[in-house]
Ligand binder design. Structure first.
Ligand code: DAH
Length: 339
């Protein structure tokens, strides 16, 4: 009897039906008064007492399975049936409206592409980071204002776990697990606790660059950045470096490019100076190399970091940062040809 039930179980499992009549026929065959399962139920009387429990359980299993399966088939043919009326089987599958790449993705890819042609490979790190990778390993003093609540999002209950506020944290991740030569480009999303407006958002995107080897100099940095600016904004683009300060680089600089909107003539975008700032950079501070396990008496390096939104604004003159995250199709469609 067990074997018979098992066989029926397998049979029920495989049942198929193409229409309501077929489902009804199956119901009669298995579940009606004279159906196969009821027949077995009638035979149950003759099962020896010591087998009753085992057979009973199995028989119940079969009955439930059959009920479920037939109910599922019934539902399937009914919904199918309702659908066919509205379905136009002669309709072609095309045209499918393709999506478009997001402008920030387009620009990110372009930046990565330019640097990969210069021999940089890509590295990524987590957005939820610890204080060490975002700040301490990057030579931020304990009381540096960037650690402040106004800037950093903390993960509640874990004051050491934060949303990274810059992609410089990926520098630390790369250095701790690689020895020079290191030449990486690290794109990613960053978070800052800012009020959202046309000019600021609580999240945005950056690309970090890091190059460490023997005899890397500031001249190498300047040359690479000039090449990048000209690839990105056109061969006529000029750059200028202004001394600046970052905890993780010494010396540090900010780089401006000749305003590519007015060509350096002066306009409202460049505040009539002819120049716009696009990135921060400098020579990796020896303290950062040491903190991350690299011998600063042997190696030197440069680093730079830029905002992807800023570069995108310059290329496409997007006036309001919020447009990047609103998913307005009219805005996104404008970048169709840039894909
Ligand atoms: N982390 C800086 C920021 O978020 C950008 C930056 C500046 C990165 C200089 C660098 C650098 O690697 O050398 O504002």
């Amino acid at each position: 009897m067990i074997a018979k039930i098992q066989q029926l179980l397998e049979e029920v499992e495989r049942l198929q039906a193409t229409g309501p009549e077929a489902v009804e026929a199956l119901r009669i065959k298995y579940l009606s008064k004279k159906g196969a399962i009821n027949e077995l139920m009638a035979d149950f009387r003759n099962v020896p007492a010591e087998m009753k429990r085992e057979v009973g359980v199995k028989l119940n299993e079969l009955k439930t399975k059959a009920q479920e399966k037939i109910a599922a088939l019934k539902e399937a043919v009914e919904t199918n049936d309702a659908g066919t009326g509205d379905m136009d089987l002669s309709r072609t599958a095309y045209p499918v409206t393709p999506g478009t790449r997001h402008p920030l993705t387009i620009v990110r890819n372009e930046i990565v592409d330019i640097f990969s042609r210069l021999g940089f490979s890509m590295a990524e790190g987590p957005e939820v980071e610890d204080d060490w990778h975002v700040y301490s390993s990057m030579n931020f003093a304990d009381d540096h204002p960037a650690r402040d609540m106004q800037d950093t999002f903390f993960v509640e209950a874990h004051p050491d776990i934060i949303l990274r506020s810059h992609t410089s944290s990926v520098q630390a991740r790369v250095m701790e697990s690689n020895q020079p030569p290191i030449r990486v480009i690290c794109p990613g999303r960053v978070y800052r606790n800012e009020a959202i407006s046309a000019r600021a958002h609580c999240f945005f995107h950056q690309v970090e660059g890091l190059y460490i080897d023997k005899n890397v100099s500031f001249t190498d940095l300047k040359q690479v950045l000039l090449l990048f600016a000209q690839e990105m904004f056109g061969t006529g683009t000029r750059i200028r470096l202004r001394p600046s300060y970052f905890p993780f680089t010494e010396p540090s600089a900010e780089m401006d490019i000749s305003c590519n909107i007015c060509g350096g003539e002066g306009c409202s975008f460049c505040k009539h100076t002819g120049w716009v700032e696009i990135l921060g950079c400098g020579m990796v501070d020896p303290a950062v190399l040491e903190a991350n396990g690299i011998d600063s008496s042997v190696y030197t390096g440069y680093a730079f970091g830029m905002g992807i939104e800023r570069i995108t604004n310059l290329k496409y003159q997007v006036k309001d940062l919020r447009m990047f995250s609103e998913n307005d199709m009219r805005f996104l469609k404008e970048f169709e040809s840039a894909n």
